[in-house]
Design a protein around this ligand. Sequence first.
Ligand SMILES: [Zn+2]
Length: 142
Amino acid sequence: METASTGKKSALSGTKCRLGLEMSLGLIRVTRFIYWMVARNALLVNHRLFELGIYSDDLCLLCGMHNETHTHLFQECQYSKMITAGTVALVKLQIPSSNTLVWIQTRMWSSTKKDVVFCAFMNAHYSIWMQRNRSRVYNQIL
Ligand SMILES: [Zn+2]
């Protein structure tokens, strides 16, 4: 941001820009990590925690009606279907509900289009996981 009187950039605005950029890059890294964990079925969903004896039930924290497995949480749950439907509408494509990453990678699209569609689904998975964790923290089923 430039000051009106001098036309020079203030040091504070430069700091804010760098902080904002670093926070954005951090969020992108976390989002990418969550998507990577989803693709490997490596997140500690309730079914896995139940199998490990950490939790006494394995119900989905979003709907409370089914076992919270990776497949249920990211493909079958009504909440996830709503988020995925919104993402599909956003990118305006017919996208399969499973193996989305492989499907995107095998399209004959430009790398930019693949990146945009991939980012949209990465953010959808991140949103689902964060909402699931909010349900855990606040002990609320949606
Ligand atoms: Zn569910």
